[in-house]
Design a protein around this ligand. Structure first.
Ligand code: FMN
Length: 187
């Protein structure tokens, strides 16, 4: 199973970076597989640690895609790094093994601390749609435009039906990001 998370890493100077990543979890281990190139990959390689933040709040996913990643953060307990303020829970991890690959290396990370912050208040379909739209936003250049537009239209329905004001505003932003991306692709 793949879990969609927000990963925070730091570079050698201590600057934090947040980015959405799908991870695999098995007991005390987490697998992170970043495509080359990415900042998360560079940071994992140089500092050998990360924080895997669990959240159902789509605002973190959408804003990451829009490049607005100046999220509030707090210091981790066991590793030199930060967790996402407002996340439900997080795992602090250290890299134990790197499986090199020309396209997508895999970092096998050991969980050294697990913290729960907030109660999970239940599933919302609009948030699911927003996270799916974020995935589409990262694939504008690879997916067929017609298929992309169809999927986006399908995903908009749960937002209309089940989203609150926040989800509806986020939807407009990610929809615009995708349609701007499509226009750039055509030109
Ligand atoms: C929900 C979600 C899951 C993602 N999972 C991955 C992943 O597993 N591997 C990957 O390379 N990119 C993944 N991405 C795309 C990265 O978030 C994206 O490439 C990002 O720009 C990397 O940021 P960074 O360069 O700051 O590390 C995912 C995006 C979303 C929205």
């Amino acid at each position: 199973m793949i879990l969609e998370t927000i990963i925070s890493t730091i570079d050698k100077s201590g600057n934090v970076n947040f980015a959405p990543f799908g991870i695999k979890k098995n007991k005390n281990f987490i697998l992170i597989s970043p495509y080359i190139p990415s900042k998360t990959l560079n940071n994992l390689t140089s500092t050998k640690s990360a924080t895997v933040n669990y959240t159902n709040d789509a605002v973190f996913f959408v804003n990451s895609i829009l490049g607005k990643k100046n999220f509030k953060k707090k210091k981790c307990k066991k590793i030199k790094g930060f967790f996402l303020d407002g996340c439900l829970a997080y795992d602090e991890v250290v890299v134990e093994e790197i499986k090199n690959d020309k396209i997508r290396p895999t970092f096998k990370c050991k969980i050294v601390e697990s913290v729960s912050n907030k109660r999970f208040e239940g599933l919302n379909r609009a948030q699911f749609s927003l996270i799916e739209a974020c995935i589409l936003a990262t694939r504008i250049n690879f997916l067929d435009t017609k298929k992309l537009m169809e999927e986006l239209s399908f995903l908009s329905k749960p937002v209309e039906k089940t989203g609150g004001q926040t989800e509806k505003k986020l939807w407009k932003k990610i929809e615009k990001f995708v349609s701007d991306g499509i226009k750039k692709k055509k030109n």
